[in-house]
Design a protein around this ligand. Structure first.
Ligand SMILES: [Zn+2]
Length: 756
């Protein structure tokens, strides 16, 4: 048996030999593979960088070789972290001993000044902060020095070190903080960056720019001490003004980029190096500013957020998508994407109901009753009301859509069948209507289902494109890791609506006269070029919409609150309208948009504005209406005889003159409330008169009726005669009065509009 005392030194000797030999085991090259830290860069359509996305490894950089790095940054980094880098063999023994002593004294690991080599290892693999780990790290550092050149280790360091705010590596950091490639960094910028990795959170430029600038001064001082620069160079760099790119610029078009990332399949996302999107960053930024201002101006009315989408009709490209007023405002849930949020669309689905009615044989001149009417639906009685809480009697389909009356829309849907509308909306890309059609019923046309702004925009783009629907495009081109490019064409267009129906709906929605009775003359929807638009307000006033299009673009605007709080005093016109208008003025500052192209198979006919029949000599004016060939009226209007006069109202059986004070005793018999008259451009003005007619027992009892127009006495007439009044463009309130003194009674006021 051997003596254990002689065995021990032998074992120690063998151990030391093994340890020394182990230092020459090459460090595994696979761990240093730069491929693992690639990121994905998202560009707008002209190449401007929108966002650089972290790869799955948490890296955020382009891999640079030594010639891609700023020489200033290399020297600043050496001075800041490890000025003896080229002299040591991977570790500095004195600092390791110091760390061990401190550790023994304080009972925890105090990080000593690690060499750049040690830091590379720390950035490649995370290790616990224990003494053993420190020793392993030192051992690995020596091995790494034996495996790789000093320059190679420096390159590894500068490509992996974290600079804070998710920027890993020098290239990512210089793009993030200075928006330029690393190669172009000057001395001051380099010193600034080199000071960050020490304490990326304490000297985070977005939280504490001062601390980061103090760090820069410290690095410059170390560079002088190391002999890399002269004191004069340091002094100049120290006072140089540094323009740090603001934090908001890190996330340009944030909701749009989120959408693009969500649409890329996982394989495409991690297999891509660059993605060129359809976004127009210049337009996007302007709309972000406009939307922010609009929301601010509506805050006192209970609006805290909004969203806007701009689509190019010819290819479905999303040119701008703003999902909220401020992506960074946590209090207003700014990160919720309002363009994709599910909201009730109010009246914005009505045009599709009307398009189906036109396909089914109705015309823009069809007369629909706007009166209180109950519709039986699954959950009991359903009584739609108009936005203005009034009913307007018989109205032409054109006015009913333009003025967004509810009863006519429901009447039409009842005759079409709600299922038909439901399946057509699905074909128009309303994927969010996920429930069975019976769930929505007739309320579907009034917006009881929840949809997304983006869905509305692409469905309206189908109206702009002659009924051909196509889904949006967000990505034009992507480059894979292998450098191969893949281009993406527009989505396929499918014919979903009859071109004639789509055109007539467009004609109605772009007819500024047709919406006058509800929205007045100077509404924000009036633009200096042909533009079709529809507004909407959801039940309980929670959501506010304007969606519309020219030949070239479709724009959708939503305003409201993500928490669903109701707004007050806001309609589609006052809420979204001005922003909608501003966006179109941005898109077409010169007002050169063309008229909507008319498809084949349409005819025009002159119709009576009251009955919708062919206009006769006795009708109160005539309007030119468009029809899908074969649906135009064939019969002349049967309701009007004689020039400008209404037929006398039937005399009540009992004319006692009682109840004179009640309004029902006196009424305006003609024109009907809510009528719109168009001034004939050919006929001389003096011949264009309106015959006002009174009715009711009081009119006959008093023998004479006084006419008041817009609060001014216009004249008197015998109840059997028309009071003739010259047509002038404008909006009028008309009241008839009868009797005198205390016995004076007044009719209910009617409102009419005269347009040129
Ligand atoms: Zn007529």
């Amino acid at each position: 048996m051997r003596n254990p005392k002689t065995l021990l030194p032998a074992a120690a000797l063998a151990g030391a030999a093994l340890l020394t030999a182990s230092l020459y085991i090459p460090y595994p090259a696979a761990k240093l593979d730069p491929g693992a830290v690639m990121s994905l860069r998202i560009h707008d359509r002209s190449g401007a960088l929108l966002r650089e996305v972290l790869s799955d490894e948490g890296g955020r950089c382009r891999w640079l070789e030594l010639d891609g790095l700023s020489p200033h940054l290399v020297r600043a980094t050496l001075a800041a972290e490890d000025k003896d880098f080229f002299l040591h063999g991977g570790v500095r023994l004195p600092s390791i001993v110091r760390a061990l002593v401190q550790n023994a004294r304080r009972g925890r690991v105090v990080s000593g000044a690690s060499t750049i080599t040690q830091q590379v290892l720390r950035n490649v693999e995370r290790r616990p902060r224990t003494v053993l780990a420190k020793i392993v790290e030192a051992w690995l550092a020596v091995r790494l020095e034996h495996t790789m050149s000093k320059a190679g280790i420096l390159v590894q360091y500068l490509n992996r070190v974290p600079y804070g705010n998710g920027a890993f590596g020098a290239e990512a950091a210089s793009r993030l903080y200075f928006d330029k490639p690393c190669r172009q960094l000057g001395l001051a910028e380099s010193a600034f960056l080199a000071g960050l990795p020490r304490s990326p959170s304490a000297s985070n430029p977005y939280r504490n720019l001062r601390a980061a600038l103090v760090g820069k001064t410290g690095v410059l001082r170390r560079m002088v001490r190391a002999g890399f620069i002269t004191p004069e160079e340091s002094r100049r760099a120290d006072v140089e003004y540094l323009k740090v790119v603001p934090e908001t610029e890190r996330f340009r078009a944030p909701h749009f980029c989120d959408l693009v990332l969500g649409s890329l399949e996982t394989r495409a996302r991690y297999g891509s190096r660059e993605v060129w999107t359809t976004l127009d960053l210049g337009l996007q930024k302007k709309i972000e500013v406009l939307l922010g201002r609009r929301v601010d101006s509506l805050r006192d009315r209970g609006i805290s957020n909004g969203a806007a989408v701009v689509m190019d009709n010819k290819n479905g490209d999303i040119l701008a998508l703003v999902g909220s007023a401020d992506y960074f405002a946590d209090a207003d849930s700014g990160q919720v994407n309002g363009a994709l949020a599910l909201r009730q669309p109010g009246s914005t689905l009505k045009p599709f109901t009307y398009a189906l009615a036109l396909e089914g044989g109705l015309t823009a001149a069809s007369i629909i009753e706007d009166a209180p009417e109950a519709f039986a639906v699954l959950d009991g009685n359903y009584e739609p009301r108009n936005y203005d809480r009034r009913f307007h009697g018989p109205v032409r389909l054109r006015s009913a859509l333009a003025s967004s009356y509810n009863v006519p829309a429901v009447t039409l849907l009842e005759s079409i069948g709600p299922d038909i509308l439901y399946y057509r909306l699905k074909a128009l890309g309303f994927d969010s209507l996920e429930k069975q059609p019976g769930h929505y019923g007739l309320g579907l046309t009034l917006g009881n289902g929840e949809v997304r702004l983006l869905e509305l925009v692409r469905a309206y783009a189908a109206l702009a494109s002659g009924g051909r629907f196509r889904r949006e495009r967000t990505v034009l081109k992507r480059t894979g890791r292998d450098g191969r490019e893949t281009s993406f064409g527009p989505e396929k267009a499918l014919a979903v609506l009859a071109p004639g129906a789509a055109y007539i709906i467009t004609h109605i929605l772009s007819d500024p006269d047709a919406r006058v009775p509800t929205f007045g003359y100077d509404s924000p929807l009036r633009l200096p070029f042909p533009c079709a638009a529809k507004t909407g307000t959801s039940k309980d006033y929670r959501d506010n919409w304007t969606v519309g299009y020219t030949t070239a673009y479709t724009v959708g605007v939503w305003m409201g609150n993500f928490d669903g709080k109701p707004m007050h005093d806001v309609s589609g016109i006052t809420g979204c309208g001005p922003l909608f208008r501003d966006i179109f003025l941005l898109l077409d500052p010169g007002g050169i948009s063309r008229p909507f192209p008319e498809p084949a198979g349409l005819v025009r006919a002159s119709i009576c504005p009251v009955s919708g029949g062919l206009a006769g000599p006795g009708c109160p004016g005539n309007v030119l209406e468009i029809f899908m060939a074969g649906t135009e009226p064939r019969k002349p209007c049967g309701g009007h005889h004689g020039f400008w006069s209404g037929s006398p109202p039937p005399r009540p059986a009992d004319e006692t003159g009682k109840n004179l004070r009640s309004n029902s005793a006196l009424r305006v018999a003609y024109p009907p409330d809510g009528s719109v008259f168009r001034i004939d451009t050919v006929l001389r003005r003096e011949y264009q008169v309106l015959g006002l007619k009174a009715g009711g027992p009081a009119a006959d009892a008093e023998g004479e009726v006084e006419w008041w127009i817009n609060g001014t006495r216009a004249g008197r007439a015998h109840p059997d005669e028309d009071f003739l009044w010259n047509l002038e463009p404008g909006s009028y309130t008309i009241v008839a009065r009868a009797g005198s003194g205390r016995r004076t009674i007044e009719s209910r006021a009617i409102r009419i509009t005269v347009i040129e």
